[in-house]
Design a binder for this molecule. Structure first.
Ligand SMILES: [Zn+2]
Length: 499
């Protein structure tokens, strides 16, 4: 059994400034050939799950290309074409193959190509023909479209947000691929798209109401005749026709798969009114955090969600912490110029520099931070110690910790998703000892600080990942869609184009 392994992973925020280039992929996750095995084996990723399951089955795994970038603006067409060309070369030279395993996201958008994930699948399908099975994973935030479903034999989505089951989903996709290779069987597909848009901040999988919908999904998966099922909650900041939630079920027969998909879609639609965010204005949120009897209090700046494509340099909460004289507060700001200024000043040196608010006009103006430099790092790196991509190493680039009367600002060169406590621990800041931690994240911060946080406040900040979707000027999204058209109606029906 000879199986090709590769993928493209990007969550594209089409409202974010700038293009995502090949350099952005190379700076975050880019590996070719055996380098994929070296880098990902034994990590909490889809790739590690796929590697483990194919090795356990005694299959011959041929790693090709894997490219992933931190969520950001639209993918430059040249970058997508370059990655696809590398992928095609590897498929051409490494074959013949009995099957293909891909790691995809499902919310990748490139210039001129609204569904970049379907584009990648199309290239693989065109090269290998209709008979070779293709299995792929996709993110909880996928805007699954009919083309993507049609071009793969099996797609397996994450069941968790915060995402902690990537390894397991990678294993599952690999097991299903091997089953297709060994038996020649292919499952029937049922894909039901809902006219439902939700912000990440309300998409937590482990609490009601979504925990109950997921319990229903898992019960169906345990039943006879169902291969697997997924719910894609969608990524509301990709302004494309495929935007929105959907349910995808694979089964031995079409009728059974469609019944399960319809039932799950109806269950999700029924709880739509409970999927609205409740946000606290910035001044009130900061005042409450300062007055809290015990910390740390997490202030959630979801509008500047680095993991959703934002710049990570939003200043709304930082400015208010300084104005209200907060103590033992920590904020991470991606600002290369400010980080360099701190490195130049050196440890113990005075710092007086405008911080953040430089990438666009949506995340507040730069804030003048005056204080001293506590720590500097020519390159700050950390290995993930928590449940998100455990074992994986992240680099923040050159970085510094600046102290402004007890408000500690971690200035980084690279945007870094706050999904692991190592981000603060590695620069000498113990999360448990802070009174206030600002996270530029919607939900996934819980994987890093959920265990130490005494409370959290979801703050009404501005930005390209704002939870109030009425802030965005959509041009391509489906209409009507709840909640922007509150009277939208829905009759669950499988999409015939996905078959
Ligand atoms: Zn996601």
């Amino acid at each position: 059994m000879r199986i090709a392994l590769g993928g493209l992973w990007h969550e594209t925020n089409t409202f974010a400034a700038g293009r995502t280039t090949l350099a952005d992929f190379r700076a975050y996750q880019y590996a070719e050939g055996a380098g994929i095995l070296v880098r990902y084996q034994g990590t909490g990723t889809e790739l590690s799950g796929m590697i483990a399951a194919t090795h356990a089955a005694g299959a011959d795994l041929v790693p090709t290309v894997f490219a992933g970038a931190v969520p950001s603006g639209i993918i430059a067409r040249a970058a997508l074409d370059d990655i696809c060309a590398s992928f095609e070369r590897a498929l051409a030279s490494g074959g013949p193959f009995d099957g293909v395993l891909l790691v995809l996201h499902g919310a990748a958008v490139a210039e001129g190509i609204a569904d970049a994930d379907a584009h990648v699948l199309g290239i693989v399908r065109a090269r290998l023909g209709a008979r070779i099975p293709i299995a792929a994973t996709f993110d909880y935030h996928a805007n699954l479209g009919a083309s993507m479903v049609a071009r793969a034999d099996v797609l397996v989505g994450y069941d968790t947000y915060p995402h902690t089951d990537m390894h397991a989903r990678g294993e599952e996709a690999a097991r299903l691929l091997i089953r297709m290779i060994q038996t020649g069987a292919r499952p029937h597909k049922a894909h039901v798209k809902l006219p439902l848009l939700t912000a990440p901040i309300v998409q937590r999988s482990g609490t009601k109401p979504l925990s109950e919908v997921y319990a229903r999904l898992h019960a169906a998966e345990d039943g006879p005749g169902i291969w697997c099922g997924s719910i894609a909650m969608g990524f509301p900041y990709s302004d494309i026709a495929e935007l929105g939630a959907s349910v995808l079920v694979y089964g031995d027969d079409a009728g059974k798969a469609e019944d399960v998909a319809r039932d799950l879609a109806a269950a999700l639609w029924d709880v739509r009114h409970d999927l609205s965010p409740r946000l606290v204005p910035v001044p009130e949120a900061v005042a409450r955090a300062i007055a809290a009897s015990e910390g740390p209090v997490v202030l959630v700046d979801a509008a500047d969600n680095v993991g959703g494509g934002s710049a990570g340099d939003g200043t709304a909460i930082l400015a208010e912490l300084l104005a209200q004289g907060a103590r033992d507060a920590v904020v991470v700001i991606a600002d290369e110029a400010a980080a360099r200024a701190a490195l130049t000043a050196g440890e113990g040196g005075a710092f007086d520099f405008p911080v953040g608010g430089k990438c666009d006009i949506l995340h507040g103006p730069p804030v003048r931070v005056r204080g001293f430099v506590r720590r500097t790092f020519a390159e700050a790196r950390y290995r993930h110690v928590g449940s998100y991509m455990a074992g994986y190493e992240t680099s923040m680039g050159a970085a510094a910790v600046v102290d402004a009367d007890g408000v500690r600002v971690l200035l980084t060169t690279r945007r870094t998703m706050p999904f692991d406590a190592g981000q603060l621990l590695s620069v000498g800041l113990d999360p448990a000892r802070q009174r206030i931690i600002v996270v530029k994240s919607a939900i996934a911060w819980r994987a890093a600080y959920g265990a130490v946080a005494k409370s959290f406040i979801e703050v009404d900040t501005p930005g390209v990942c704002a939870s109030n979707l009425a802030r965005f000027a959509y041009r391509n999204r489906p209409r009507p869609a709840y909640p922007l058209e509150p009277d939208a109606v829905f009759e669950p029906a499988p999409n015939p184009h996905a078959a």
